[in-house]
Design a protein. Structure first.
Lengths: 267, 256
């Protein structure tokens, strides 16, 4: 797989010359600048970089929660201008609604999807709760579930309406190491089963190498693409695999070389 | 065996009442000024038997309910509007904040001049007492809904009316309920003020009963009515607001 595919025909999500600025306290701040990327159907793409590299901004732009200042984002040829069911997001905190139980949380997005009967919605919700291993906890409210279980429900909620692209904004960063390792396994299993296009944002390079088909390294001030790495390790990958660790170390070195002083939060 | 929690306030209450009774009976104070608990009990019993207490309580509760419901029905949408539009917040919101600090008894002269000595005047005072607290509470609780919930809901396709009823309102509900509770307390205070100051021919409420007690120099009636007023307020809290608040906190894991 070439790092920069020349043809756009088989790419589903296309970012062209994407630039986004914010009005900060110190005047206009460029969060991301001139980003060009193509994400293929069924690809697991990871955006990785230190704090302030604009990776979360990029994800908000893909989600349609923010609008680009320059350039364009296209999904299946159509411009992304607002949030939509075809691009569901898993957030850093689980963002589950505390007044609904697990099943109702998963049903939330399904209820807004037209063309389904209530029975089909219920069936789909139960299927995805089962897929994330929480079939027996459908009546539990978020506060009755552990952090890892809550992120699983959030994953089921994002998958249930069958989006074209699943966007993940550091969804594992608030979990303990054991739960995280378990979820890496689950995500890979689901990725293989459902053939979903996924864009994941993380500051954890090891995590990026463990999950991604392609890892895009961003550098800060302003956020730009530094380097793109293709990860050809066989799946399922384990986070403690030595080959994976070596590759992650290479990427960390590449990043450090770009930075005058290494920022915190890099593994 | 563990002592039941309710036993302590009951025992202490009985001891205080006993001390009070003894103090009045010993002749150290004039029982016209300080009636003994048994005298208040006698008034209470006779007012119950001739039906005057029940009818006054009914008249008062009807006014309170009606005024509170109207106040909440205005306050909730106006508060939501203030949360949504900064123009409404800078105008109605600031006005509400100012009027909330105005003691509701100040509305009584306005009401009498505008409506005369009738039900409309009483209702006006109660609504004015309720509505501003509700507006402020709804505005604040809607504004403090976690943006993350809105972002999550919007990516799933929720907009407009759906977003308000399925996400914003449920998320803001604990704040809205405590605003309604505060509105209820204000409504209760302002209704008593209105009933004491406005002589209304259309109905004789608890406030009027209190006022009549003053005119007849019947301290037993005055204290008796005050106890009924306290009791109604306490019951509303124990039977209505507290259970809702407890259920909300428990279902969201804020309380075991």
């Amino acid at each position: 797989m070439p790092a920069h595919p020349s043809s756009e025909s088989n790419s589903q999500l296309t970012l062209r010359n994407v630039t986004k600025r914010f009005n900060g306290r110190a005047g206009l701040v460029t969060a991301v600048e001139d980003i060009n990327l193509q994400v293929k159907e069924g690809e697991f793409l990871v955006l990785v970089g230190p704090s302030g590299c604009g990776k979360s901004t990029l994800l908000s732009l893909l989600a349609g929660l923010e609008q680009v200042d320059e350039g364009s984002i296209k999904l299946d040829g159509a411009n992304v201008v607002e949030p939509g069911r075809d691009r569901l997001v898993m957030f850093q905190q689980d963002a589950l609604f505390p007044w609904l139980d697990a099943l109702e949380n998963v049903l939330f997005g399904l209820r807004l999807k037209p063309g389904l009967t209530d029975a089909e919605r219920l069936e789909a919700a139960r299927y995805y709760l089962d897929l994330v291993g929480l079939a027996d906890r459908e009546k539990a409210h978020p506060h009755e579930l552990s952090g890892g279980m809550r992120q699983r429900v959030a994953l089921a909620r994002s998958l249930a309406p069958n989006p074209r692209v699943l966007l993940m904004d550091e969804p594992f960063s608030s979990l303990d190491a054991l739960t995280r390792d378990q979820l890496y396994g689950d995500i890979q299993k689901i990725f293989k089963q459902r053939k979903k296009t996924i864009v994941l944002v993380t500051h954890n390079i090891r995590e990026a190498v463990c999950l991604g088909d392609r890892v895009v390294l961003l550098s800060p001030n302003p956020g730009r693409i530094r380097q793109v790495f293709n990860i050809d390790l066989p799946r399922p990958r384990r986070i403690n695999d030595p080959a994976l660790a070596t590759l992650a170390a290479d990427i960390t070195t590449a990043l450090s070389a770009h930075l005058a002083e290494p920022k915190e939060g890099l593994v | 065996m563990k002592t039941p929690r309710a036993l302590v306030p009951i025992v202490i209450g009985l001891l205080l009442l006993g001390g009070w009774e003894w103090f009045v009976r010993s002749g150290r104070v004039d029982d016209v000024l300080v009636p003994a608990p048994t005298q208040i009990g006698e008034w209470f019993w006779s007012a119950l038997r001739d039906g005057s207490l029940a009818s006054a309580t009914w008249v008062t509760m009807r006014r309170l309910m009606l005024g509170f419901i109207i106040g909440a029905a205005i306050g909730i949408p106006v508060g939501a509007l203030c949360a949504r539009s900064s123009l409404a917040r800078d105008t109605i919101g600031i006005l509400s904040l100012g009027l909330q600090t105005l003691p509701s008894v100040c509305w009584v002269p306005v009401a009498i001049i505008a409506f005369g000595q009738n039900e409309a005047a009483v209702l006006f005072v109660v609504v004015m007492g309720t509505v501003w607290a509700v507006v402020i509470a709804v505005q604040e609780s809607v504004l403090s809904v976690q943006p993350l919930y809105l972002r999550a809901a919007m990516t799933m396709g929720s907009r407009g009316w759906h977003l308000w009823t399925k996400v914003i309102f449920p998320a803001a509900l604990p704040g809205i309920i405590s605003g309604l509770k505060q509105g209820w307390a204000f409504a209760w205070r302002s209704l008593m003020a209105a009933e004491i100051f406005v002589v209304i021919l259309s109905g004789f409420g608890l406030g009027s009963l209190l006022h009549a007690g003053r005119e007849l120099l019947r301290m037993d009636q005055v204290v008796g009515v005050m106890l009924v007023v306290v009791g109604v307020g306490l019951l509303a809290d124990l039977l209505f607001f507290s259970p809702i608040e407890r259920w909300l906190r428990r279902s969201r894991g804020l309380e075991r």
